[in-house]
Design a protein around this ligand. Structure first.
Ligand code: SF4
Ligand code: SF4
Length: 297
């Protein structure tokens, strides 16, 4: 058994802003909601979301011997997260201006696991960050990070929504598990819903990805109805930039989330592949590639 306090101290030293620990158990209610969302076709071109549904909502099927999940979050909020001037083109979601979070968070989780091994030498673990079927947002709520906002993202009262999540599924129990926050929520605010250029935010905190710019600029291209990309060429922050909790949140403190370039300084039309690689080298933009970015533009 590992003391929760040791885990939270270690995660903070590694650079995470929030940490909680939840027991491994099936997330039945959340799975039912997810199934309904899939059934309505809201996942559009992301067919991979149909796979591994059992594992997504039960970590014991994902990692043999799993007992606990250490849930971590780190802020990436930068001045770009506050939004762009009206009417500009070439906008990039602020997380994508920094080094690819998959790389950074995997490194942070590996470092955390090494620290845990100093008091639990037989620790076995697997690290996840938006790269495997894990119900990350549900786990974050259970870990006490906040609530699911109307735009379907986790809202933390201090850090807002510009956070990235990572999980360490471990074969150890802890002396005390985290609890969800109580008496928190969006209240009567609907700013994110009203800000969406394509009305992609549905009731019940769900997103119709067929109309979501973030999906339409990054994921596999969708043959359905054309949507207004509103000047975005990779991702979309519109429903987050307006959130009052992001207005009060501090800027990120982990240096690897520093933005690497200002998208407004770049002439995307004339950029060569070599220049693209120099500018966007290890950022998530390479996932889409220059050709797709130009098409989005
Ligand atoms: S990311 Fe953009 S398009 Fe998608 S729901 Fe939010 S505001 Fe709408
Ligand atoms: S903008 Fe308002 S409704 Fe949307 S997540 Fe933030 S607080 Fe909730």
């Amino acid at each position: 058994m590992i003391p929760k306090k040791f885990i939270t101290n270690a995660a903070t030293e590694v650079g995470f802003d929030l940490v909680g620990v939840v027991p491994v158990e099936p997330l039945t209610k959340e799975r039912n909601c997810y199934e309904e969302w899939l059934l309505a076709g809201n996942h559009s071109s992301m067919a991979y979301l149909e796979r591994n549904r059992e594992k997504r909502f039960d970590a014991s099927l994902l990692v043999e011997g799993a007992r606990s999940i250490v849930v971590c979050a780190v802020s990436y909020l930068s001045p770009f997260s506050r939004g762009y001037a009206d009417g500009v083109r070439g906008k990039v979601a602020s997380y994508a201006l920094a080094r690819d979070y998959h790389l950074t968070i995997k490194e942070m989780l590996a470092e955390l696991a090494e620290r845990l091994k100093t008091i639990a030498p037989s620790l076995k673990f697997r690290a996840f960050t938006d790269s495997a079927p894990v119900a990350e947002k549900t786990l974050a709520v259970r870990a006490g990070f906040g609530w699911i906002g109307r735009q379907s993202l986790v809202v933390n009262p201090k850090l807002g929504t510009m956070m990235l999540l990572g999980e360490l599924v471990i074969n150890e129990t802890v002396d005390e598990y985290s609890e969800p926050m109580r008496d928190v929520g969006c209240g009567s605010c609907r700013r994110c819903v009203e800000s969406c250029p394509n009305s992609a935010i549905l009731d019940n905190r769900l997103i119709d990805t067929r109309r979501c710019i973030s999906c339409r600029t990054i994921e596999r291209e969708w043959e359905g109805e054309a949507v207004n990309l509103d000047g975005w060429i990779f991702g979309c922050d519109a429903c987050q930039s307006v959130c009052p909790f992001n207005h009060h949140a501090p800027l990120h403190r982990y240096p690897k989330f520093d933005p690497k370039f200002d998208p407004m300084d770049i002439d995307w039309e004339s950029l060569t592949e070599e220049e693209f690689s120099t500018i966007a080298g290890d950022t998530p933009l390479t996932r889409a590639g220059l050709e797709r970015i130009r098409k989005n533009l």
